[in-house]
Design a protein around this ligand. Structure first.
Ligand code: ACO
Length: 328
């Protein structure tokens, strides 16, 4: 192993349109009080515009990242996009992002691990740096959840928003960067959180549309139980095997699905909420984008050498945690 992969740049993008709890109150039988107390969400950003997909937001995040880090598109050697809402079944959204940002003739591919997608993609991307194969890898997490959310279903439509975040990975020989990673899955979770149609098992038909199978289905309380346990367990596990106590961790960077799940994870890790990155109130659950958007929003508060634990849980089920020592 040559060196570690370090995050040397971060950028985020959310679309302009804001869907507030007050607006949702007019669409379904819900209330600002219910949404805020059960989830912590106040508003979410929604991508509007004919023909605009996940790649539109991801390309904004990647374009911003290239400009901010002074990286020319020709220098990028690999781009990985984590998404559950690709523009097309094929080609991959990563291919489209490269085209839109002038990144040519490099490897690019999508990762699908629902809300844990960014952690999976970051784990994969960092391997290409650690082996010495590449020196500049971009990892993007992006989702247009509004494309698959049923705005007549109050149990899911209040939860999700659209957004994108991207990081640049480069090698470092210092004692920082991506220090450790755990990724897990259990396909037994498939019936609790699923978009049933649109893939090869149930291609689109009039019947699948009538049954509303092209939308997110979630058995919220079941997912909640698995999420609380597994996100907390995996965060505790990565701390234990890296000999980190609660006082050693500067920030928990959690997937933003529900404030109560985040609080339970922080509690298990022995962290006060003042050391937890939170933006669920303004973005909702942006699936693969939540973690890079947190890093982008909190970047000014991060110091070189800070210990960060990134943790997520999502459809599949999938879950994981990454220990990052901040390198910037
Ligand atoms: N407004 C008002 N009432 C509502 C709403 C709403 N928007 N949604 C549900 N309710 C009602 C329910 O119908 C139920 O009513 P009932 O008791 O009369 O049947 C009541 O509120 C309680 O519903 P619960 O589902 O038990 O509420 P809960 O406290 O579990 O919160 C939630 C629901 C927010 C979805 C929670 O279960 C959750 O966060 N689950 C986990 C989400 C998650 O982590 N997902 C993984 C990542 S997502 C991904 O990978 C794509």
């Amino acid at each position: 192993m040559n060196s570690r992969a370090a995050i040397t740049g971060v950028y985020g993008y959310v679309p302009d349109y804001i869907l507030t709890n007050a607006e949702l109150e007019k669409m379904v039988d819900t209330s600002d009080e219910w949404i805020t107390s059960r989830t912590g969400i106040k508003e979410r950003h929604i991508l509007k515009g004919e023909g605009l997909g996940t790649s539109h937001m991801a390309a904004k995040a990647v374009g911003g990242l290239l400009a901010k880090t002074g990286t020319a598109p020709e220098e990028v050697e690999l781009l990985i996009c984590a998404t559950t809402t690709p523009d097309y079944v094929f080609p991959s959204t990563a291919n489209l992002i490269c085209d839109m940002t002038g990144i040519r003739a490099v490897g690019s591919f999508d990762i699908q691990a629902a809300c844990s997608g960014f952690l999976y993609a970051l784990t994969i991307g960092s391997q290409f740096i650690e082996t010495g194969k590449y020196k500049k890898v971009i990892v993007v997490g992006a989702d247009k959840m509004s494309a698959i959310v049923d705005y007549t279903d109050r149990t899911t439509c209040v939860l999700f928003g659209d957004g994108a975040g991207a990081v640049l990975l480069e090698p470092t020989t210092e004692d920082n960067g991506i220090m450790d990673s755990i990724i897990r899955s259990d396909g037994a979770g498939q019936n609790h959180l699923v978009q049933k149609a649109g893939g090869s098992r149930y291609p689109p038909t009039h019947e699948t549309i009538d049954k509303r199978w092209h939308y997110v289905y979630q058995d919220g309380p079941s997912v909640f139980k698995f999420a609380v346990k597994n996100m907390a367990d995996v965060s505790a596990e990565i701390m234990e095997r890296n000999h980190l106590k609660g006082s050693d961790v500067a920030w928990l960077v959690p997937h933003q699905a529900n404030k109560r799940i985040i609080e339970a994870t922080a509690n298990r890790m022995g962290l006060g909420m003042d050391r937890v990155m939170l933006n669920i109130h303004k973005y909702g659950n942006t699936t693969a984008a939540t973690i890079p958007l947190c890093l982008f929003d909190y970047e000014s508060q991060l110091k070189k050498g800070d210990n960060l634990v990134l943790a997520a849980f999502g459809g599949g089920f999938t879950w994981g945690a990454i220990y990052v020592k901040w390198a910037l």
